[in-house]
Design a protein around this ligand. Sequence first.
Ligand code: DGJ
Length: 719
Amino acid sequence: MIEFDKNKKIFNISNGSISYFIYVNSEGILENLYFGKFTDKINLEKRIKKQDNYSTQYYDKKENVEKMFADKFSVKHSLFEIGFHNGGDNRPAPIIVQKNNGMYDTNFKYISHKIYQGLPIFKSDEPHLTGGNAETLEITLKDEFSDVVLIYNLSIMLDKDIIVKNFILKNDGSNNINILRAFSGQLDLNSRKYKVHHFYGNWGNERNEEVNNVLVGEQVISSNYGRSSHEHNPFIFLTKNGANFTIGEVIGFNLVYSGNFKYSIFSDYTNTTRISWGINDYDFNWILEPENIFVTPQAVISYSKNGIDEMSHNFHSLIKENLIQYKKEADYKSILFNSWEGCTFNFSTKSIKDYATAAKEIGAELFVVDDGWFGHRNDDHSSLGDWFVNENKVNLKEVEIHVHSLGMKFGLWFEPEMISFDSDLFKKHPEYAVGLYREHPILQRSQLMLDLTNDEVIDNICCQMVRILDSIKIDYIKWDMNRDIKEHFIERLGKNHQGEMLHKYVLGYYKLIGKICKKYPDIMIEGCASGGGRFDLGTLYYCPQIWASDISKPSTRMFINFNTSLGYPLSTVGTHINNSEETSYEEKGMLSLFGTFGYEMNPLKLTEIDKKEINNIAEFYRKNHKDLFENGTLYHLVSPTKNNYMVMQVVNKTKDHSCLIVVKKEGTINKTLKLRGLDFKSTYKNDHTKYNGQDLMENGFEFKMNKPGVEIKLFDFKK
Ligand code: DGJ
């Protein structure tokens, strides 16, 4: 419910569980009066009283006197919805626009508003949240100093504690304006007593958790690699006063975007916190011509009054119900076999068919030919951009027919955004590559980026992909991206538009993947960027799952899957069993259940024991995946960040089945852990022993692990 009290000029935004109050103050500036757990009372007088000591004075030019703003707000201390740039609010502003006369100041003031059911409708195909179970407040504001109009969309989900924000900038003047920063949201909090949790890493080592206090000064968490998210993920959260998985206030943040992002977390002597976030303003300068608009991606806030897991659950259901557009998302997800780790580039028609036959024997239901089937690619030095079958190496049609005849689905790897200098495409169109203006264009994995700001490039790649997808029956695509943007000068864009390149690249990626999704709605696309280098809400709009990392050994994967699943549902976290020697296939399979489940190894080298173990766990997956892992509730019990082990638990909707996974990195464990989400009154059976639900939740479940090194255990509780 969103209501506006005309007399008090207060918006009350609530879903019965959380409340957000916004005040239009005497100057038309939006103040954040309250954000948090549900309340129906807001005391405006209290806010004014509190600010008495701080209220800002101004010079009344007409009367030539010194005055105080009518309701005594303070430009330095008040909590705002949109901080203004210059004019005394020294905290970072979410929007910075330079006008034709060179002025940087902005001050957006209320003009009008409307309230409607549902989320904002996006006119373009850019990723956005969909679904009707929401209410939206659309406030129109105008800059005090120019003809820039700002539309502020703020939606509340009615069935989950989620707030969605974004801004639309409109140039209503007759001159160009330069947008120097166009974030998507801001949240001012009345305290600094928060810890910031964020996730950093690199290739093969994604999403390590870092926790620090909100700092005095500005803390920036960002990517300027042209993509999210090996180094930092756009998902972060704040915990207040020692909140843990089950207790306390937690506020999660994310952004529906796949490129450079930035969070600014700012605090000062006022002991308040400002979080503002959106597209990174690093080398960003967008020229907005008269009558044009700039739409920022959606910023998402998840609020929990009951600890970290409630914040996660909000995100999980939002992603599944309101973000992923793949129309078969609700279907059973086939067990995936991927050829990459087993044979990399080295295969022939016969050997890959043998792989498929062997993959079938261990329960695979979808067989994917990864890199190496196109152009003349036999290693990573060539052929990106040449999306035609390498007939000298493999008869792909024959492979596809073989795979389908075995009753499996067939999938193929593409890396559509890249070009090798050793490729036909480069010979014909060197101008399609980014970075050639340098004497020594920087290579990463021997490849250059394609200029996706150019529609001609998008059409070229799209046509090539269509030719393949129309000639071979393909059920699945792995969409890879193995380098980041190291150069972003594109002469074709013109001197004044270089600051647009990084965002235009992301829009080009969306255009290309959007075209493929539209033409082939049945094909499932899995996102990938050298593992988890682009794990974000923008990509999930198109790809219901994303390969989380190139490292599958449990001692590393335990961190990646645990931490990724704090912000994203397990069904999106691409996870395979591989040939890591850390532990048995059965144990590795248990970890893969807490993700998308699949295989990545040479299936011809498996022993009979390996095959038996894999088949056992595959059977467990087939029986339980939908009910337990996909549609159940995930609880995080022990984080690996400060422990030598991690524990996660899933419980199905009817609470008659629950699974607990413990992954130990080293040492021994002798623990009693309180389980979550069970039915108090029921009896559960695990390994022939009976337990009382209440007992498991209040007194805990006792277990020991003492194998040397990595050890994984799955405890299965059934009513
Ligand atoms: C990087 C991916 O993360 C791998 O899974 C694999 O697809 C390779 N690229 C192929 O080049």
